[in-house]
Structures are given as C-alpha cells and as structure tokens.
Design a protein. Structure first.
Lengths: 437, 435
C-alpha cells in the first residue's frame, strides 16, 4: 500500500462530492454540502460489505461532570430516532440484524464508531440508518433511565476484572490534566447523574457531518455508494459552530508516578506506561517497531527475559496510537510465586539493554515481515480493514493505515534505539501494581 | 423473506470445496478469491479418559507442543514462524486436539510441516514443562476470580456426570491435579493418545493445492492411529433441580447461568427447530430476552439463551445466562425466569420466526466472508458428521422450519421447571453451597 496520486485518474466525478485523494486502494471524497468525509474501498472477495461511521469524538473530549458522555450516547444512538425505533418495530438492531448483519459500536478516547457487516444488498438500509441517527437520536428521558442502569452494570462488570482496573488506574495516574485520565465508560458518579440536557449538549456539539467519516469497504459499486450517501447524508447541515478541537494540554511529567490496585484475587499484574508522542509524530513508527520487536511472541525479548525465565505467565508491550500524546506500555501477569519488584526490574533490564545496544537487524526484519503478512490478512474480510482504518481516522489521518507498512519499512535499528533512549525514561513513567489480597 | 444464499439447486457454495484423502488425512480445500492468504483448521480425536483426569493432562501436553521438538528448539521454531508472519495454534478441545493456522500462500506447505513436527515430535523439555505448569496454574488462579467462568463451571457440575466431556471440575480440584502432574505422564499421554484418528484438515483461501497436498503427504503420510479407546460418559441430568452459589469477594457484578440437559444430538431432526427457538428467545440483541430484560427494564448489560455442548457423540444443555449488578440479582433473576416461562408457554410468533430465520441465514452468509470463518464452518460441519454440501443445506433447513415445528420442539424439550442454576459473585450468603 502507499500513496498513489495516479489514482486520481480512476476517481469518480460526482456532483455532490469532491475527490480529495487516494491511497492504498482507498479513495477519499468530501460531501460538498456539509463536509462529511467518505472513504471507499471496493474489495469483492465475498458478497458482503462493511459500513462504518467514525465520529471524531471520544472520552478525550469529555470534562469532569460529563465523563462517559460519548459512551452513553453510543448506547442511546441505538435507542432510536423518530423513524427507527422499537415502538414502530423498526429499531436499529431489529432492522439490521434481521438481514444477518453484525452490528455494533465502540467508543474509546479519540473516537466513537458505529458499524455493520452485512450482505451487500443491504447497504442502502445501513446508510439510511446512520444518516438518520447522526442528527435524529431521540435522547429521551425514559431511554436515559433504562440505559443508565445498563451502563452501571457494564461498569460493574469492568470492576470485576483486575487487569482492566489496573489499566485504567495507570492512565488515570499518568495524566493529571488531560482528559485521557478519564475512563471511557465514565466515572461512576457522572454516569449516575448525567442528564438529558448534558448529553444533548454534547451530541449537538460533536455529532455533525463535518466531524465524521463514513467508510464503505467490501463488495459494492462506488457510484451507487456515493449516490446513497449523498441522498441520505446530503440533507444534513454542517455544524453551526466550530467543532472544539483543543484539549487541556498535559504538563510534562517530571517524575515517576506509582499506583497500587488492591482487590481480592490470586494472580498479580504489573503495568508500566511511558509518555510518548501522538500517532502523527515522526517518532511514532519507531516506537511501534520497538513494541513489535519486544513483544514478538516467543521470539521477542520480553518473552525470553521474563516468561521463558519463569517470571511471568504473560508479558506484552504496545505503543498507543492516539491523537494526543499517549503511552508506550508494558503489561505483565506474574507467574505464581514471583514478585512485582523482580518483574519490574526485569522489564527495566530489557529497556536498558535496548537503550545501550539497540535491536538487531534480524529482530527488526522479523517485525517487518510479520507486518507484511498482517497486511495481507487484514484484506481477508472487510471488517478487519474497518477496525484498523477506524483507529487511523481517530488518530488524525486515515492514511496512517494505508501507509503504515511503507513507513515501518523505513524504520532503522538506529531509530529504534534512539526512541528507547528518548522516551523510555524513569521520569516519564507511571507504574501500576495490581496486588491481589 | 429475502434469501440470497446459494442453494444446492443453483450454483452451490459447496461446489467449490475439493475433498481428498491424503494418507490418513481427510482434507477439504476451498480456494477463494482472497489474495495471498490461507486459513486452516483441523483436529484429530485423542479420546482422553475423562473420568481419569486426562483432560488436564491433554491441556498441558498441547501447551508444550510449540516449546521445542526433537528436531529444533523452541526459539528456532518461533523465529521461523515470525519471519513468515504465520500464525499457528493448538487447542485442547475435549475429545480432540485441534489446530488452527494462517499463513501467506507460499508459506503454507512449510508451516504445515512445522505443525506436523510439533504434533508428532514434541520435546517435552523438563524446564519447559515446569514453566508450562506454572503458567497453567496462573490461568487457573485467574479462573478462580472470574465470575463468568465459575458460574459456567458450577452449572456444568449440576448437569453432567464427572466423566462427561461437558463437565468442568472445580478449579481447586484441577489445581491439585496440576500440582501432582509429572513430565512422564505428559510424555505417556502423547505417546498413547496422539495419532491419525479422524484426522481432518480444512484449508480455505489462495491455496496452492498441489503444494499443500504434497506437504501433507510428507508430514502425515506415515502417521498411524493411536490405541486409546473412547472413555467418556454420556450421562446427564444426574441431580434434582437446585442452585449452586459460588461466593467471590470484591465483585460488583454477579454472573448467573441456568439450564437443563437436552437429549438431542446434533444430527437429530429436532436440533435445528430448537436452535431457532432458542435464538428467538435469546440469540441476539433484538431477541426477546435482550429486548425485555436489558432494553425495557435496564437490568442487565448482557443476557442470552443458546444450545450448548451438543455434538454428534453426546448431548448438551439449554443455557440461559445473565449478568447482573449485585443490587439487582433477585429482580433480574425473577424477570428472566418469567420471560423464559412465557416463551415456553406461548411459543414464538410467526413474525418472530420469520425475522430470526432471515437473521440466522443472513448471519451465516456474513460469517463465510473470511477465510477463517469459512474454514471454521466447514470444519465444524465435518466433525458434526455432515457432508460438505451441508454448507448450502444448513440455511435451507433453517428457512424450512415451520412455526408448528418450533412450537412442538419447544413443548417437548424446553422445561424451565427443571432448571439448574449457578450464581457466582459477591452474594448475600457467606457460605458456598454446591453439590
């Protein structure tokens, strides 16, 4: 995959759309009437299509008092509009699942997305539904009341999972000002007290065509898809006010932070998060390569130093791929009888070794080879592509998905060593221990 | 009703499946238009002695398969797979040892050879055995904290004989067995239970069929059957209806599982009508239970009804599951039972039947959109004893179910008054009460 200016010659001309650019087989258009971004990727390996809409809003846009709003709206968007609702027997789930669609939505820190993987002949229905609920969600008091208890149960289920609590505790400790500190599901008291008015205000601030991307992937005709999108989304206005973009900037972290999570349980865990730049930063690719080298199943350094030595039952590393500065983190589940202290020390040994000696060409090449295969696998069915495209949109540029492999190919062992030296520092890390009691 | 599934009468999907016998292997190959990717799934029957605790021995044996062979060490094997970006997994699945793989087209033959090497010549290194035990123990300890796993396991113990493949022993029992497990037991298990019994492999994608066939010939051509006889019970419904309560501290949420055994095997004519009936009750978000208990009453994040553990060799059970915040356990349980009873008393409506028939057949089609999904479906049908054409026949069977047929099946087989129940979480009583 890669950028392909020559693809402009195959792009469609359409009265309602402006062709913007193409990359990796994906064509980007803008709906002229209201700024909706549209991405088209025809892939006819099977007679199915994925329709996804990504709103560029997530828990990173929420303030204390209204945390969990994006996630709450995710639930309420399924409760209906004037046209698609349970009372008329036309609820969203009903309409889409009866044709065999796999339907769901997810929310995270920079985005919320709604998607349907469905037989290709049902694409018009899915487009109509997404356009209708973009500005037509009812957000009714009765629905809010019933969904509140559903979400509180979802929150309770999360509380049952120690690793989830640990993950959230580290993010909340790592960020003192930026909204990445808020759990995506919201703080419990905010969920308990959120109002229709508060959610309506949030919805009216962010849920507009010019803050959204519609992606169509799979077996479909491009012109027919554009016609459908124009017909259903074209009647929606551009947001009346600018979409807020700036978030409270996190101050530079100048010292290690630590947090302990204690709950009944049996197996301890450890998470270490380091502050790293956002996905659009030039160093993001080297950080991603570093994570891949370290976490590469049995051939990776973390496995060899920790799991293979009996310190951990599992250990991994990942670089978050976010709009604002995120975390490069290690997550480890302790082996029985091992201590947090020794596992933490072993992880620092791995980090120190990379900082001092770098990684080998063989390790880096293995990571690149693996990515080449993963890219092929991601073309096996339209949903896998949609999921990765979703994160690229959220991070600020959908082409992060199509250009990832060529960017990773350019990463050198020197780059990897350098980012380990620059970012994996004691003063920028937050350490969390889950201690079972 | 819209039905766009290709039928056996015009352009059947299954016509693209090539069936071969290669040495002891039954092989299904289905080329698809995807570029460069092949997924596969398969298994052989190992016949663990279920009453003798072999299921755990099998699980540890499987865990050690990728930890080195007599020909290559574990790191050489891992690097070989990682260099190709190939994925290879082994699983312990009750009576079977399973394997799943995904690789680029040109790498498939070599990865198949690695798979065979790991199945046939595992090293069982002493240090790796010790580590595998520790990792498995950590997994069991995590299971102790998991309300869903504990409720599911407790229900199984109310429903099945201890030697039934669907029976899940208490976690402390498994932990004690694991403590005493020796490397010699694992070695002996592999020697006695690994072999080409019902060896089945399904490949889907951009397959170089002759190259894969050659690799299979080389890898498995001389693999013989093993000697282990089938040793499991089909006995079910051993206890009178009652409730198990597993008390776990510090849990905000309680998981509940309810159900009773079904004397229906996969190939029975009543299976599909019961499957459709259960789907109407609790198969997806727009089914009755989610609509009532979650959407209207707001009592739960998740609730389901499904047929569980039914194969062609043994029966399973009707499983109702619901997740409830502590404050709503009583109310949620009562509401769920009310709704289930109402469904059994009244049966589904014609509209419900039609809607769920199109849902199931449509979802079936969507599930075949990836090489992995197609391989998995073909594999599942094959081990259930169906011919390849069942890929086209299943949606037809679903579409052909009549309302009368569903009503009769529900009346004959679904009996909420016989429910066993298991709850796990921070419950009111401080004692554990379990048979």
């Amino acid at each position: 995959m890669g950028s392909n200016p020559a693809a402009r010659s195959t792009a469609l001309t359409h009265d309602a759309f402006t062709f913007v650019e193409a990359s990796g087989g994906i064509e980007a258009y803008r709906l002229t009437a209201n700024g909706l971004q549209v991405l088209l990727l025809p892939e006819a390996a099977a007679p199915v299509v994925t329709l996804m809409i990504t709103y560029r809003v997530g828990s990173g846009d929420e303030a204390t008092g209204l945390t969990g709003a994006t996630h709450f709206l995710e639930h309420l968007m399924f409760k209906g509009t004037e046209r698609f609702n349970k009372q008329q027997g036309t609820s969203v789930f009903n309409m889409l699942q009866r044709v065999g669609a796999r339907v769901n939505a997810t929310t995270w820190i920079d985005r919320t997305n709604y998607y349907a993987l469905l037989p290709k002949e049902s694409l018009p229905l899915a487009v109509e539904i997404e356009a209708d609920r973009m500005r037509g969600a009812r957000i009714a008091p009765d629905d809010l009341a019933s969904e509140r208890s559903v979400i509180l149960n979802e929150l309770d289920r999360g509380e049952n999972e120690p690793l989830r609590k640990l993950y959230q505790a580290v993010w909340s400790m790592a960020y003192v000002a930026h909204p990445y500190r808020h759990p995506t599901i919201g703080w419990r008291s905010d969920v308990e007290h959120v109002t229709v008015e508060g959610l309506r205000h949030f919805y009216d601030t962010y849920y507009w065509p010019n803050n959204a991307t519609v992606s169509v992937i799979g077996d479909f005709d491009r012109r027919e898809a554009l016609d459908l999108i124009a017909a259903h989304f074209g009647v929606l206005p551009h947001a009346p006010k600018p979409i807020p973009f700036e978030r409270t900037r996190e101050p530079v972290q100048r010292g290690e932070r630590r947090v302990v999570v204690r709950t009944a349980g049996h197996v301890g865990a450890l998470m270490i998060g380091y502050k790293v730049p956002p996905a659009l930063d030039p160093d993001a690719d080297a950080l991603n390569a570093l994570a891949r080298v370290l976490a590469a199943s049995m051939s990776g350094r973390l496995y060899r130093r920790l799991t293979d030595q009996g310190l951990t039952a599992q250990v991994t590393a990942a670089a978050s791929h976010t709009r604002d500065p995120g975390l490069f983190y290690f997550m480890a589940m302790l082996a029985p009888g091992r201590t947090h202290k020794e596992v933490e020390a072993a992880i620092y040994d791995v980090v120190a070794q990379v900082q001092a000696e770098g990684v080998t060409e063989a390790e880096l090449q293995r990571a690149k080879n693996k990515l080449r295969a993963e890219e092929a696998y991601s073309r096996d069915g339209p949903y896998a592509i949609a999921a990765q495209l979703n994160e690229a949109i959220a991070a600020g540029d959908w082409k992060l998905y199509t250009t990832f492999r060529e960017r990773l190919e350019r990463v050198t062992t020197e780059d990897v060593q350098r980012v380990a030296q620059v970012y994996l520092l004691e003063d920028s890390r937050t350490v969390g221990w889950y201690v079972p009691s | 009703m819209t039905d766009t599934i290709q039928t056996a009468h015009d352009n059947p999907l299954s016509a693209g499946v090539e069936e071969r016998v290669i040495g002891p292997c039954r092989v299904l190959m289905m080329p698809t238009p995807v570029q460069g990717v092949v997924s596969w799934e398969g298994s052989f029957t190992a016949h663990p002695d279920m009453a003798g605790g072999d299921e755990l021995v099998q699980a540890i044996t499987v865990r050690l398969l990728d930890k080195g062979t007599t020909l290559r060490d574990r790191f050489a094997l891992a690097e070989d797979l990682d260099n190709r970006g190939a994925q290879l997994h082994f699983s312990s699945d009750a009576l079977r040892v399973g394997f799943q793989g995904k690789a680029l087209r040109d790498d498939v033959p070599d990865v198949v050879r690695i798979m065979a090497e790991e199945l046939r010549h595992p090293l069982f290194d002493a240090a790796e055995f010790t580590k595998a035990k520790a990792q498995f123990m950590a997994g069991l300890q995590r299971t102790l904290e998991n309300t869903d796993a504990q409720a599911t396991a407790a229900l199984s113990r109310r429903l099945y004989d201890a030697a039934h493949p669907n029976y899940i022993p208490p976690t402390p029992h498994s932990m004690a067995q694991l403590e005493g497990l020796t490397r010699e037991q694992v070695r002996a298990y592999q020697a006695r239970h690994f072999g080409a019994r019902d060896l089945l492999l399904v490949f889907v994608g951009d397959i170089d069929t002759e190259a894969v066939a050659q690799a299979l010939r080389e890898a498995f051509g001389d693999w013989t059957d093993h000697e282990a006889p089938p040793l499991f019970s089909t006995a079910m419904g051993v206890l009178p209806p009652d409730q198990s309560r597993i008390v776990l501290p510090d849990k905000e949420n309680v998981d509940v599982r309810m159900g009773h055994t079904l004397s229906v095997y996969r190939q029975d004519p009543d299976y599909v009508p019961l499957y459709v009936a259960s789907y109407i009750l609790g198969g997806n978000f727009s089914a009755r239970l989610m609509t009532k208990i979650r959407d209207e009453m707001g009592l739960t994040y998740g609730i389901h009804a499904r047929l569980s553990g039914i194969t062609r060799e043994y029966g399973g059970h009707w499983d109702i599951g619901v997740t409830l915040s502590r404050a709503y356990v009583g109310q949620g349980l009562a509401a769920t039972l009310d709704e289930v009873q109402r469904f059994v008393d009244e049966g589904p409506t014609a509209d419900e039947l039609e809607e769920k028939q199109t849902t199931i057949t449509g979802a079936f089609k969507v599930g075949l959109a990836t090489t992995g999904g197609l391989a998995s479906t073909l594999y599942r049908h094959a081990i259930q004893g169906f011919e390849v054409a069942y890929l086209d026949r299943f949606p037809e069977e679903v579409a052909a179910v009549t309302l009368d047929r569903v009503h009769r099946a529900v009346q004959q087989h679904f009996r909420p008054d016989r429910f066993q129940t298991a709850l796990a979480g921070t419950l009111a009583e401080a004692t554990v009460s379990e048979a």
